[in-house]
Design a protein around this ligand. Sequence first.
Ligand code: ATP
Ligand code: MG
Length: 725
Amino acid sequence: MTAATHSSPFPQVPDSPDAVLAGLDPEQREVATALHGPVCVLAGAGTGKTRAITHRIAYGVRAGILQPASVLAVTFTNRAAGEMRGRLRELGAGGVQARTFHSAALRQLQYFWPKAVGGDLPRLVERKVQLVAEAAARCRIRLDRNELRDVTGEIEWAKVTQTVPADYPAAAVKAGREAPRDPAEISQVYGLYEQLKRDRAMIDFEDVLLLTVGILQDRHDIADQIRRQYQHFVVDEYQDVSPLQQRLLELWLGDRDSLCVVGDASQTIYSFTGATPDHLLNFRTRHPDATVVKLVRDYRSTPQVVHLANGLLGQAEGRAAEHRLELISQREPGPDPAYTEYADEPAEAEGTARRIRDLIAAGVPAGEIAVLYRINAQSEVYEQALADIGVPYQLRGAERFFERQEVRKAIAGLRSAARFGDNDPLLDDVVDLPSQVRAVLSGNGWSTQPPAGSGAVRDQWESLAALVRLSEDFTKARGSATLSDLITELDERAAAQHAPTVQGVTLASLHAAKGLEWDAVFLVGLTEGMMPITYAKTDEQVEEERRLLYVGVTRARLHLNLSWALSRSPGGRAGRRPSRFLNGLRPGSPATGTRGGAVDAGGVERGSGRKRGRRGPVQCRVCGRTLTDAGEMKLMRCEDCPSDMDEALYERLREWRVGQAKELGQPAFCVFTDKTLMAIAEAVPGSEAELQQISGVGGRKVERFGTDVLAICAGEELGGVDEED
Ligand code: ATP
Ligand code: MG
């Protein structure tokens, strides 16, 4: 795998601050050179947000405007933080802290705990779900596996929104959460969970942030010390910031304004944990003097991949969707996305493995291929299939490279060989560095050929193979490098957590794939129930699932494969259906009318009404041009092609919407967007089925508003909705 911010292992360090800016487009350069005051970058997937902020930090450091130690860059995963540190180092700006919110907070907490509280920092809870189960049992509340997962999620949500147990029921109602159990019961379990932690002197993941926030709020001396250290803040993937992380960021910042945030509301995939894109979307309101930059050129993916991504977003709804940004591919055309239906899951895994083998045979490196799924439990059948066919793979979220036992042992071996120098009998007659490395590792039992089979043995072999490759690249880049030079390089990389690329197909969940990219991506298991996942019940939850698929699609540079299986096991009932999100996008799929919440979860297609024949790309129904703009796709015609809209009907619908929005206490677009109302006023549907054919009208909306809308379309007077309130 190559992470988005990573290029060749040993690129030339730019020789001047200006050289850092080369390779950025004008908008990216604007981001990189806006080193004072607040900066906000709103941009779609693959447009170079991460690249722009990494270059911004490097430019600031190289130009002497930012002190490396005064910059704190925050990203969402340890992996992304590691990539960023590596990239900064390559740009000549090592020494900048790039961390997750969690690891930055943990580090500060460990440092200040003795002073703020006394004693050592409590231990971290390792198995939260188990502790929640224990708390529930003590409350005599029986939770099945799914409920346990959901209740744990509710506790996490409560904590990141800083809701105490007693306030949970009211807060959950206010936030419109569908509690998996009686809120009073959840509140009870939550209370006891907190008590168990206290009794055992333990803290959980959320406590790390809560305690840091608490200390920074109460102890001005400590807050001042941290603020003296960190003066400039950069946050990647800001659309997924939780209220608690936002609070922490504000406390770090104090009354200063050197804050640069980048994000894409269409990639919000952590709302279920309490995260919200509002902080990103309202940045200008909170910082009126902010420099706001938009990037639209997609440097990552081919026009074919981008077309599908835009199509998926074109069907999205909700606040994040209102801010969607149409992507424009900068790359040469590539293959069309492939859609494959399989009879059962093992067949899907085997078929995927075969295609991967073919890609590798055609020259795509294994490290440039990923299989992405909705939940981790899906990985096993793919591990098996890849092992059977002899393709190496690696699981995301595995232990950090330099902390792996075999890597530590290997580096210890290399270190002692370096110390012996010429006197090491193992290295007699071995002149070049890579051969020396291979010789030392062979002494540790490593062989140049991979072991047969899969599992831990293969995994360890891959780690050591990555070290050998690193030594080869290092020799190529540095000419006459010695073993001691390599040790220095490895020590620096270990300190910076700059892991070498391990070869092997990546198996990862869609959530873990955020921010990364590969030449070939396989999105597997795309069935109703898995995508969207069964427990996505509300419209908002279903929209988040759609965004998750969008994140998956936009990870691919060139090859994109989407697949699903009709039954779980061979010979089973073929009762599964492909994901509703692909309707209207994959060839041969039904029109986009089957979305919605739980009511539609079975995916039963309805409507015998006027089919609009939305197969493949959406075309203007007036002039026939292929549409790419999300708004135009909703209208199903070019913005400036003549409209047959009933203007008076449109106005009546808008009036009605005002009343509905008021009644629901939500913004008008939550009822229907303007574009959807226009589409309704053009189509004048005569039945629920016809109404549901209109893009932007899901099952839920038909259920909620269908009667009203059809009545308005039929010219009937409504019973005074507008006058209420
Ligand atoms: P995501 O939303 O998925 O996090 P992103 O906006 O952060 O994406 P990057 O990962 O920074 O995008 O960039 C995507 C890819 O495009 C990377 O391979 C990056 O190196 C490349 N890229 C970005 N900008 C340019 C540019 N100006 N010239 C060439 N390549 C670029
Ligand atoms: Mg990024």
